[in-house]
Design a protein around this ligand. Structure first.
Ligand code: NDP
Length: 305
C-alpha cells in the first residue's frame, strides 16, 4: 500500500481562507475586527521568527495584529500588568504569550493570568478543564490542526482506535481529549509504555508527538491506518553537502520514518508540510472563535473543536 499524503500546506491555506471569509463577514455585518495580541519576551531567534510569521498571517486574514516586544529582563510584575491591560482591551480578542519565557518568569503563573476566553493557545488551566469536561474551550492549536485534518480525511472518527504517542500538555494530552470527544477509543503511549510497537499496531489513527527523529517504523503501523506526524526534528543530511562554515547541512524529519510508514499506512502527513502549517492556521481560527464568542455570536462550524 502507498499512503495518501495529507497535504497540510494546502489544507492550512484552505482554513486560513475560510477564516478570512468569516472575518470579512464580521466586519461587514457587525463592524467587528478580530484582534490578536502576541507578547514576546526576550530575543530568542526562533521565537522572533514565529512571532513575525504569526503577525503577518493575522493581517493577511484581515485581523488586527498587536505585537508587544519586551526586554529579556522584564519583571514578572510588568509582564502581568501588560496581560491585565490586554485582558481589559475590547479590541483584543486573543492573547498569546510566546513560549518559552526567560527562566526568571513563572510560565504557569503568566499563562493562568490570561483571561481564559482570550487564551488562544488553550493552555490556561480553565481551558484544560473545559476541554476535559466537554465545555466550550479554547483548544491548543497543534492538536486542533491534527483533529481538523483527521475529520477532513475520515468524516466521522467515531469508534476508531487512536494511539497518541506523547503526553505533553501542549500536544499529547489535549490531542487525546479531542479524539475522545470525537468518540475514538484512545490510548496514550509515552516513554514508560511497555511493548509500544504492539500498542501502536492496534491503532486506526496514530498521532506521534514525541520529538525523536523517525522513531516510529512502518512495521508498527496497521495496514491502512492514518498517521499524523507532529514531530519536528532536525538531523544531519550529509547528502546535501556542507554549509559555508564547513558544518554539515541538515533537514527536517518527523517522529515517524516516513518512507516505511507510507508503504503501510492508508494516509500520512509529511514533515515538513503536514501538521506544522496547521498550527498558525488554527491560531487564526481560535482568534476568530474568541471574537465571535466575546460578541455573543456563534463560532463558525468546522473551525472549532
Ligand atoms: P515533549 O518533549 O513535551 O513531550 C514528548 C513526549 O514524548 C513525552 O510525553 C515523552 O514521554 C514521550 N516520549 C519520549 N521518548 C519516548 C519514547 N522513546 N517512546 C514513547 N514516548 C516517548 O514534546 P512536545 O509534545 O512539546 O512535542 C513533541 C514533538 O512535536 C516535538 O518534535 C516538537 O518539536 C513537535 N511539535 C510540533 C508542533 C507543530 O506545530 N507541528 C507544535 C508543538 C510540538 P514522558 O512523558 O514519559 O517523558
Amino acid at each position: 500500500m502507498t499512503a495518501e499524503i495529507i497535504d497540510g500546506k494546502a489544507f492550512s491555506a484552505k482554513v486560513r481562507g475560510e477564516v478570512a471569509t468569516h472575518v470579512a463577514r464580521l466586519k461587514e455585518e457587525h463592524g467587528i475586527t478580530p484582534g490578536l495580541a502576541v507578547v514576546l519576551v526576550g530575543e530568542d531567534p526562533a521565537s522572533q521568527v514565529y512571532v513575525r510569521s504569526k503577525g503577518k498571517q493575522t493581517v493577511e486574514a484581515g485581523m488586527n495584529s498587536f505585537e508587544h516586544k519586551l526586554d529579556a529582563d522584564t519583571s514578572e510584575a510588568d509582564l502581568l500588568a501588560l496581560i491585565d491591560q490586554l485582558n481589559n482591551d475590547p479590541a483584543v480578542h486573543g492573547i498569546l504569550v510566546q513560549l518559552p519565557l526567560p527562566g526568571h518568569l513563572d510560565e504557569d503563573l503568566v499563562i493562568n493570568s490570561i483571561n481564559p476566553d482570550k487564551d488562544v493557545d488553550g493552555f490556561h488551566i480553565s481551558n484544560v478543564g473545559r476541554l476535559a469536561t466537554g465545555q466550550n474551550a479554547m483548544v491548543p492549536c497543534t492538536p486542533l490542526g491534527c483533529l481538523m485534518m483527521l475529520r477532513d480525511h475520515h468524516g466521522s472518527l467515531s469508534g476508531m482506535n487512536a494511539v497518541v504517542i506523547g503526553r505533553s500538555n501542549i500536544v499529547g494530552k489535549p490531542m487525546a481529549q479531542l479524539l475522545l470527544r470525537d468518540s475514538c477509543t484512545v490510548t496514550i503511549a509515552h516513554s514508560r509504555t511497555k511493548d509500544i510497537a504492539d500498542v501502536v499496531r492496534g491503532a486506526d489513527i496514530v498521532v506521534a508527538a514525541v520529538g525523536r527523529a523517525e522513531m516510529v517504523p512502518g512495521d508498527w503501523i496497521k495496514p491502512g491506518a492514518t498517521v499524523i506526524d507532529v514531530g519536528i526534528n532536525r538531523i544531519d543530511a550529509p547528502e546535501k553537502g556542507t554549509n559555508e562554515d564547513g558544518s554539515v547541512k541538515t533537514r527536517l524529519v518527523g517522529d515517524c520514518d516516513f518512507a516505511s510508514c507510507a508503504e503501510v499506512a492508508g494516509a500520512i502527513t509529511p514533515v515538513p508540510g503536514g501538521v506544522g502549517p496547521m498550527t498558525i492556521a488554527c491560531l487564526l481560527a481560535n482568534t476568530l472563535t474568541a471574537c465571535c464568542r466575546a460578541n455573543g455570536l456563534e463560532a463558525p462550524q468546522g473551525l472549532t473543536a
